[in-house]
Every structure is written in C-alpha cells, then in structure tokens.
Write a protein that binds this ligand. Structure first.
Ligand code: PEP
Ligand code: MN
Length: 351
C-alpha cells in the first residue's frame, strides 16, 4: 500500500500519517519527491483498510501497489534516486556517472596506492578494493582483511576517493561500515537475506550485485530487503549472469539496465570486468554500458595484472583505464550524461 500525500501537505500531516501506520502495526516509509511525498507501507501481508488513512488530513489517495517489490518501485517514487556523498561531486544516479575503479583485492599498501593514484588522475571518484574475498577455492587468496580496510581509509584521505568494499558476513559488514563509504554485497550473497536486512539497518549506501542467476524480479526483491529496513541508498550492479556461452566468464546482460530503469528509481551501474572475465572485452562493454544508459561503471584496474592475486585476467592496466575514461566521456555526452574531468581529480589529489 502507498499513501500519496497532497502536494501542499505539511510535515506534521506526513508525520501524523506515519504515526497512524505504525500504530496499526506496520512500518511507514516516507519518501519525499519533487511534487509530493509518498508513504510506503510494509509489514502487511494483505490489504489494509484504507478508510482509516484516506480520511486523514493531507492525504490525497491510498493506492494498492500490485507489484511484489514496493519501495524500490517507480510507483512509490517517480524520479530517480541520486546517491550523493557530502563533500564530493561523486555520486550515482545523477547526471554524472559514478565510476568505481581499483583492484579486485588489496594486496599491499604500495599496490593500492599505485592504482589509486592512476584511477583518481583518470577521473574516477570511487576506489574499489576487496578486503574479504569470496573465492571459489578455500585455498585461493582470501584478502588482507582489516589491514586492507585501513589502507583504503588512507587512500580516501590522500586522494579524496570514496571507498567501495565488499562485506561477506556480519563481521565484515560491521567493519566495512566503519571504514568504507559504500558497502558492496556480492553476487554470491544477493539472496543472503539476513545480511541484506542487516545492511538495511546501516546508514551507508549499499552496492548490490545481481546474483549470477537472478531474474530481474529477484534482483529487485533483494534490494527491497535493504530498503524495507530503512536504508534507501541502494545502487544496483549488473555483473553478468551464467549462461551456456563460454567465450566470456559470464554473460553481461546490458538489457537489464533499461529494464531496471523502467521499474525502479534506484541507480544501476555495470561491472564489465566480472561481466566478461577478459581484459580485452572490458573497454567495448564499458562503451556499450554507458551508451545504454547505465548510471556508472565498476572496473577492475591493476598496474601489474598478470601478477594480481585475484582476477588479473579481467583487470585492465591504468593506461587502458585512461583510454576507457576518455572514450566513455564522449559517449556519455551523446546520452546526456557526464564523466567528470581528469583535471578536477588531479587538483583534488594535489590538496
Ligand atoms: C568483486 O567485485 O571482486 C566480486 C567478487 O564481484 P562478484 O560478487 O560480482 O563476483
Ligand atoms: Mn574481482
């Protein structure tokens, strides 16, 4: 159910409706829009007697949301959600694309700083790096843990880059909430519902990757778990799905970008690195992602990819990343978007 407030409804009227919803035993999610505030209601298994709310002052109408996902839906919020970061010009969902770049894993302070310097110079505003790695083999490199988080916190101070890192479980989630700016929930955890709920109780943006065999509806429902707990800052990420095709590691499903944008107000970025698994495919798929309207990219970059401890085969070099940024800047203009200029990043790093 959704309560649509009148355009001129006062804050007190919105608050009174929220209180009423809560006294009925449900959860109220006030979502301000440019025209009016809508209040999503969750926690109800069937229809609520709308009469009680219909009559309240400031209420325009009470409507049933027929889709299984509610708070992520455009029915609740028509205009796109823009995830912003105070003190920076980086964000997701606005005119500027959110570009996240960095190594798959933090391997050492020197490795992380070398890569961070280059991606900042190229114009990225977000630095990614794994501290806890979800590896297929228990014998493969598992990440540097908290030491990696500390290195990334230093990178934020030095280069002004915002930090994106993955949480695998409750422990790493709490740690990521402490050190990072955006918490990544990976493909293998997209339906880890207790982790999603816990991330929903944080007040940090969450980058949610699509499960490797998830449908669009399952993907949106996973995001709904996070929003239903009160965290409305979710960035979706297409990272490829399993198909019979074996010329790439996964099949990057770019058609989900316009499909998500039609149904949801949440921003969606594309990860062409895991999406293809091959370095030489990252540039062409990055171009395509921007062309089809993605709100940003997540790209693995390594200065010595052949010696990377994880995902070297799909990591581009800093020089290749420079080319990628130059090219997507031109493509972004065609689709009325922007990629921030490298010069600004250099000025920021000089501070
Ligand atoms: C990653 O970003 O390094 C990662 C492990 O991603 P995914 O969950 O998409 O495999
Ligand atoms: Mn990786």
């Amino acid at each position: 159910m959704l309560v649509v407030m009148q355009a001129h409804a006062t804050e007190e009227q919105v608050r009174a409706v929220c209180e009423k919803i809560e006294t009925l035993g449900y959860r109220a999610h006030p979502i301000p829009g440019t025209q009016r505030t809508a209040i999503g209601i969750t926690g109800n298994s069937g229809a609520i007697d709308s009469g009680t709310l219909d009559e309240m002052s400031g209420v325009q109408e009470v409507i049933r949301v027929s889709k299984p996902y509610k708070l992520v839906s455009r029915d609740v919020k028509e205009e796109p959600t823009v995830v912003r970061f105070p003190g920076t010009d980086g964000g997701f969902g606005g005119i500027d694309l959110g570009i996240v770049a960095g190594p798959c894993s933090i391997e050492s302070r020197e490795q992380a700083f070398t890569i961070a310097e280059r991606v900042a110079r190229a114009g990225a505003r977000f630095f990614r790096g794994g501290a806890f790695k979800p590896r297929t083999s228990p014998y493969a490199f598992q990440g540097m843990g908290e030491n990696a988080m500390k290195i990334m916190a230093e990178i934020r101070d030095r280069f002004g880059l915002r930090i994106v890192t993955e949480a695998l479980d409750y422990e790493s989630l709490d740690m990521a909430a402490e050190y990072a700016d955006v918490i990544q929930i990976g493909t293998r955890n997209m339906q880890n519902f207790s982790l999603l709920r816990r991330a929903g109780r944080l007040r940090k943006p969450v980058l949610l990757k699509r499960g490797m065999s998830a449908t669009l509806e399952e993907f949106l429902m996973a995001a709904e778990y996070i929003l239903s707990e009160g965290n409305y800052e979710v960035i979706l990420c297409e990272r490829g799905v399993r198909t019979f095709a074996d010329h790439t590691r996964n099949t990057l499903d770019l058609s989900i970008v316009p499909a998500v944008q039609k149904l949801s107000h949440l921003p969606i970025v594309v990860d062409p690195s895991h999406g293809t698994g091959k370095r030489d495919k990252v540039l062409p798929l990055s171009r395509a992602a921007v062309a089809c309207g993605a709100d940003g990219l997540l790209v693995e970059v390594h200065h010595d990819p052949d010696r990377a401890l994880s995902d070297g085969a799909q990591s581009v070099t800093p020089d290749q990343f420079d080319t990628l940024m130059r090219e997507i800047r031109e493509i972004a203009a065609v689709v009325h978007r922007r990629v921030q200029a490298p010069a600004e990043a250099i000025a920021r790093t000089a501070k």
